[in-house]
Design a protein around this ligand. Structure first.
Ligand code: SF4
Ligand code: SF4
Length: 439
């Protein structure tokens, strides 16, 4: 505890810059769900100040509640909503991330938790991860996964494991996208750009169709696309859980893969990975490979928009097949709050003829996915998810566009629980690809 207090004090978190204006409250998913001021950005900062002063202990109960100080701090989603709304420009996420890392340093139980997570979900080891995906594919085909979810045998699995299997089962692929895309994919028509593609670990397997659509769209827009043979995880999960060294190693490996490719830019289609790879240069300011390659990472929407600006006539080519449909757009936290990207995906989708856009209430509010949050805090994640799903259903849209795989899984599972599996969830790049296939 003393160690935690000392580290927090030394981290220079500028907690005293909070003016208590409360403008962050309504944008905080945990505060709007629990109604407790201690689970708001402002409240969490006060808890941290009191921890540093030593007037409270991390295991104390928050007055008039049955939750602990630790719980209030740990259940921050890291969604960055408060970063956007705070007029004092306090970097809350850096703050809460720093706090979580300190929890790690001071609590071996967390390291064990991460180890256990990586044992079950070896995203840091592509070979093991691929084997796991094959096993899950077989389990899904043989009905073994159904048994783990729908019979009394489900009680043999702890709820976190059951939730993970449930999430994975939804998207187990036949084959990873790297099998199809690795190597050189030529531009269609005149070459305008040379683009590297970061496929990601989970995305390579569970969102193979998004990666394939992304490369097809880039090629049609005049980009030649290079895909490395092997890729690793971006390191975001390790970073969030305080494993900075592993995360930095992954950053270096990821940048080295693109070193000799001579690419103008590197596309990422998952908002969470995008935010992490864009932060490589800040995390390792003195590493030559990182400083050379890091600035090339861009979100796929940014690259598509750049390519469209080079040939605006292509904007009129996208036609949604099968008649008029209504869609809405959910802003993934790590895209809107983390990368400041919200207009470009909307502008791209508005180029598609045959679709009607309906805006989503609280579109920039987190869906409760937040990396591993829905695995470690399933109850709160579910409440936050429910609110998002109700807002989606209120739009009466038949399509939800989402630029992040984690959000996509969370929204799909929420829709299924409400008996609305007919509502589709697409990445914007898939929607562009579908609209273009018929032309
Ligand atoms: S990061 Fe999100 S959950 Fe955490 S305090 Fe800020 S708004 Fe609330
Ligand atoms: S918006 Fe910023 S300054 Fe205002 S209460 Fe929240 S953290 Fe404090």
């Amino acid at each position: 505890m003393n160690e935690l207090r000392k580290n927090l004090g030394e981290a220079n978190l500028e907690l005293d810059r909070c003016m208590s204006c409360g403008l962050c409250l309504d944008d905080c998913p945990t505060y709007t769900t629990t109604g407790r001021s201690t689970s708001s950005p402002r409240g969490r900062m006060r808890l941290m100040m009191n921890l540093i002063k030593g007037t409270i202990d991390i295991n104390d109960k928050v007055p008039y509640t049955n939750v602990s100080v630790r719980h209030e701090l740990e259940t921050c989603l890291g969604c960055l909503g408060c970063n956007t709304s705070c007029p004092a420009d306090i970097q809350h996420t850096d703050m809460f991330e720093c706090l979580k890392m300190m929890f790690f340093k001071n609590n071996p139980q967390y390291k064990e938790q991460l180890k256990a997570f990586l044992k079950e979900m070896p995203i840091d080891n592509p070979k093991k991860f691929r084997t796991l995906m094959i096993l899950l594919f077989v389990a899904k085909r043989t009905g073994a996964i159904w048994i783990t979810q729908n019979t009394p045998l489900k009680y043999l699995l702890p709820s976190t494991k059951r939730n993970m299997v449930k999430l994975l089962a939804k998207k187990i692929p036949y084959r990873p996208s790297s099998r199809v895309l690795s190597g050189f994919n030529p531009a269609i028509g005149k070459k305008k750009m040379r683009v590297g593609v970061f496929l990601g670990c989970i995305n390579d397997h569970m969102f193979a169709e998004v990666n394939i659509a992304m490369v097809r769209v880039l090629q049609r827009l005049g980009a030649e696309v290079l895909v490395p043979k092997t890729e690793a995880c971006c390191g975001a999960i390790h970073q969030h859980m305080g494993e900075r060294e592993i995360s930095s190693k992954m950053a270096i490996e990821n940048c080295e893969r693109f070193l000799d490719m001579g690419v103008d830019t590197i596309a990422v289609n998952a908002a969470g990975c995008g935010l992490r790879v864009k932060a490589y240069t800040r995390a390792l300011p003195h590493h030559p490979v990182i400083q050379k390659i890091g600035p090339k990472f861009k979100d796929i929407h940014e690259i598509i928009w750049e390519l469209l600006e080079m040939n605006p006539a292509l904007k009129n080519q996208w036609i949604w097949p099968g008649g008029k449909e209504r869609y809405t757009y959910h802003d993934a936290c790590h895209l809107v709050h983390g990368q400041g990207i919200s207009d470009i995906p909307r502008k791209l989708l508005q180029c598609i003829q045959g679709l009607e856009y309906i805006s989503l209430k609280e579109s920039t509010m987190c869906c409760g996915s937040a990396g591993t949050y829905n695995i470690f805090h399933p109850e709160l994640a579910q409440k936050i998810q429910s609110k998002k799903i109700m807002n989606i259903l209120d739009t009466k849209a038949s399509i939800v566009a989402v630029g992040n795989s984690g959000c996509s899984l969370q929204i799909l599972s929420g829709l299924k629980e409400k008996g609305k599996s007919n509502v589709k969830c697409y990445h914007p790049v898939e929607m562009i690809d579908i609209s273009w296939r018929k032309v």
